[in-house]
Design a protein around this ligand. Sequence first.
Ligand code: ADP
Ligand code: MG
Ligand code: MG
Length: 904
Amino acid sequence: MAKKKPKYVYFFGSGEADGTSQMKDILGGKGANLAEMTSIGLPVPPGFTISTEACAYYSANKETYPEGMREEVLENLAKLERLMGAKLGDSENPLLVSVRSGAASSMPGMMDTILNLGLTPTSVQALIAKTNNARFAWDSYRRFIQMFGDVVMGVPHHEFERALQDVKDSVGKSLDTDLSSENLQEVIVRYERIYKRFTGESFPTDPIDQLFKATNAVFHSWNNERAKKYRQMNDIRGLLGTAVNIQSMVYGNMGDTSGTGVAFTRDPSTGENKFYGEYLMNAQGEDVVAGIRTPKTIETLRDVNPEVYQQLVDIRSILENHYHDMQDVEFTIQEGKLYMLQTRNGKRTIFSWLKTQVDMVNEGLITKEIAVSRVPSGEFGKLFAPVLDTKSIRDQGLEEVTRGLNASPGGASGQIYFTAAKAEEMAAEGKDVILVRSETSPEDIGGMAVAKGVVTSRGGMTSHAAVVARGMGCPCVSGAGELHINETKKTLEVNGHRLSEGDYMSIDGFTGAIYATKIPVRSSEIVQVLNGNMKESESSIFQNYKIFMGYVNELKTLGVYANADSPNDTKMAVALGAEGIGLCRTEHMFFGGNRIMSIRKMILANNVVEREKALAELLPMQRGDFEAIFIELHGRPATVRLLDPPLHEFLPNDHTSRHELALQMGITVEEVAQKSSSLHEFNPMLGFRGCRLAIIYPEILRMQVRAIIEAAINVKRKGILVHPEIMIPLVGNYKEFVFCKKVALEVIEKIFEEQGMHVEYKIGTMIEVPRAAITADEIAKEAEFFSFGTNDLTQMACGFSRDDAASFLGPYVNDIDKQFYDYDPFATIDIDGVGKLVDMASKLGRSTNPNIKLGICGEHGGDPKSIAFFNQVGLNYVSCSPFRVPIARLAAAQAALIAKDSKK
Ligand code: ADP
Ligand code: MG
Ligand code: MG
C-alpha cells in the first residue's frame, strides 16, 4: 500500500480553502482563520499556509525542510500566480506577497512578518508602470528592504531608521508620507548600503530566494528568545511551531483612498457592544500599532469612505455570528476596496470579558456554559485591582497634567523610569514603578511585567503597550502626545511640568488621566460594593460580576472555602462567596497587644501550673475571636487548626525586647535568653511543632478546644447556627491523632456537661506529612475529615523547603533546558508527585471511612490548574485566601465543565 503523501501546504483564495478554523494546531490561528474567512465569503487576499508540522520538522532537523515541502510550496505559488494573473517578481506583472508567522496561540508581535516580498530592481519598475504610482512603489520597496534586512538578516533596525531620519532631515520633512519618490529612492540607496555593510552581500534579487529565506526566518523566529520567553510567561505549551502564511499583498499605502486599520467587534477595555477601531490612511501594515502617527477612530471612516465603513460594520456582525465571540480584526483598504487580513478572538480586560460574555448570553449568542468556560480564571483577580483614590484627588484639588488614551484599566502611582531595564532594577528594590516610554516594543516586556503602570506618548488603543498592558492587567495610559520625553536626559516635560527619573506620577487607566504627583490607590468597585461603601446600582462592573457569578454557581460542584483568621477576613470571604473556612490559623491571633505577652509566658513557663496560668489568660481572647468568626459564618463550617508553629517563633530575638519581657515576667534577661536558645532548632520546620506540641503539652490543646467549643455554644445560644471542625496539624502516625482526639473529647464532654448544651462538631487532621498520606487508611478510621496541607506536603515530599528553594528552584522550572517541574511546585501542585500522594491518600481514606470529608488548604487551593486536579481527585472543597475565592469558584466551574465534557 502506498503511503499517503504528507500535506504541508494549504491554499486559500476565491471563496475556497483547504483549511478551516478548527485546524489551528497545524495552520496556526492566523492561517486557520484566513481559510475560514475565505470560505464564508469575506474579501481575503488569496494565499497559502505552510503548516506548523513543517516548522516542527525544521526545528528538529537542523533547519531543513521535510521532504516534498519545497515542491509543494512552489506548486501552491504557481496556483496563486494563476489566480492572481501575476507572477512573483515579474518584470511586467509582478505579484508581491507577505510572509506572515502565526502559531496556534496568538503571540502578538513576538514573531516576524515581512511585507512586499518579490520586489526587485526590475519588478519595482513594473509596479511603477502598472500602478502609475512611483511614490507608492518606492515606498513599498524601501519597507521591504527594511523588514527583510531586520527580520531575515538581523540588520539592526535603528540603522534603517537613522537613514530614513537623515533623508527626512535633509529635505526638511517630518512625516514618512511627505517624502517624494526621489527622496524614497535616496532612502533605498542608503538602505542597500546598510544591508551590504551588515550582511556582506547584496540585497537578494531572486524572488524565490527571497521567499524561502523569509520562510526560514519565520520558522527560525519560533525559537527566538523573545518568543520563548513569551510562551513561558503566558504558559503556552505543547505547540508544534509557527505556521507560515504566504499571502498576496494588498496596499494601504497607495495614496489617500487607501489605508490600514485594526478593529474590535466590541470594546476591549469595557466590553461595551459598540464597534471599536482605529485606522490610518495611506499607511501599511504595522503603522497603526507602531504609533508612527496617531490613528483615527473608526467612526470617522464613515465620512472618508461610507461604503467601506458600512461593509466593515456588516463584517463585524457576520464575524460575531460566525465565531460567537468578540473578534479582533485587521483590514486594509486599497484604492477604496476593503480587504480582511486577520481575525481572532479579541484579547480584552477582565471587565470586558465579563460584559461581553454576559451580554452574549443575553443576546442568545452563547450559553452560560460557554461564557464560563472562556473567561480566563487567571485574570479574574484583576477585578479586585486597586484604583486611584478620587476622593484624595478632589480634596487636594489635584489636576491632571495631561490626558492620554485609557488603554488598560486600573489606577497606579509610583516613580517614573524611562527604560525597561531601569524599571526592573528599581522594582527589584521594592519601588513602585511607572514605566514611561515613547512607545513600547516586545523587548520591554520584562519592565512592563514589574511596573505598576505604563505610560506612552505615542500609539493608540491597539498599540503594543496597550495590548500587552491589558493582557497583564497592568494599568496603562497610551498616546499621551503632550508628554515630551527625553530618553537620554531621563526627563519629561508636559504642559510646563518637568519630571526627572524617580519623580512621582499617577495614572488612571480608566480615563487616561495623568497626574504629576503621588496619589493613594484604593480598592476596586467590586470590593467597595462588598464593603458597603458603594451602591450596587452605581456599579455596572459589580452587576456584571454578580450575573456572571450566578452562572458559575450553577455549574460548579467543588466547594470553595477560605483561609481566614479574623472576623474581618471572614466577612469579606463570605461576601466573596466562601462556603466555609477551610483554615483558621489560631497562632495568628496570638500576635499583637498583651496576647503575645501571654503566649510568651506560656512558653517560658517552668511547669504545668505556670503554663496553665498563662493559658487561662489566653482562653477568653481566643474564645472571643472564635465567637466573632462563627457569627460571621452563619452556620458555614469553620475548620480551626490547633497551634502549629515552633514555639521559638513567638519569642523575641533582639536584646531590647528580651529585656522588656524579662522585666514584665520578673525574671532575668539571662533566663529569657537561655530558654530561647534551648528552643533553638536546626530544622524548625521538621522540629517541635504541630501535634507534637499538643502531645507534650496537652494543656495547650485543652485550652484551644475549650475556646472553640465554648465559643460555639455561646453562638448557638444566640440562635445562630454553628459548625466547628477541630483540626490536628502535622500528624504522621495515626497514634498521634488518637492521642490528641482522646484529650479533645474529654474536654468537649466536660464542657457539654458544664453548659448543659451540645453543639455539632468534627475532629479531623491535616495530611501534610508524607507518612500520613501513606497510612491514610489507618488515620481515616479515627478522623472525620482530612485537609491536605499541600505547602508542607510539597516541602516534605520533594525534600526542599519553600523558603530555601529560591536558589535552584527558579532554574529548575524556568530554564528551557531543565524544566524538571512544569510549574513552581509551591504555586501549582506537582501532579505526578505530590498530587499522586493526595490522590492516594484520598482513596485510602475513603476505603476505611466512606463519609470522610476531604479538602485542601494549601496555597494551591487558589490556583486554577491545581483546582482542576483536585476536582478530578474528587475532593469536597478547596480553601484559599479570601480574594482568591471568586477565582477558585470560576476555576471549579471550569473544572466541572471539563469533567462533564470528558464523560460524554
Ligand atoms: P502580527 O502577527 O504581528 O500582527 P501580521 O502577519 O498580522 O503580524 O502582519 C503584520 C501587519 O502586516 C499587519 O498589520 C497586517 O495586516 C499586515 N499585512 C500582512 N499581510 C498583508 C498583506 N498580504 N497585505 C497587506 N498587509 C498585510
Ligand atoms: Mg496581525
Ligand atoms: Mg502545615
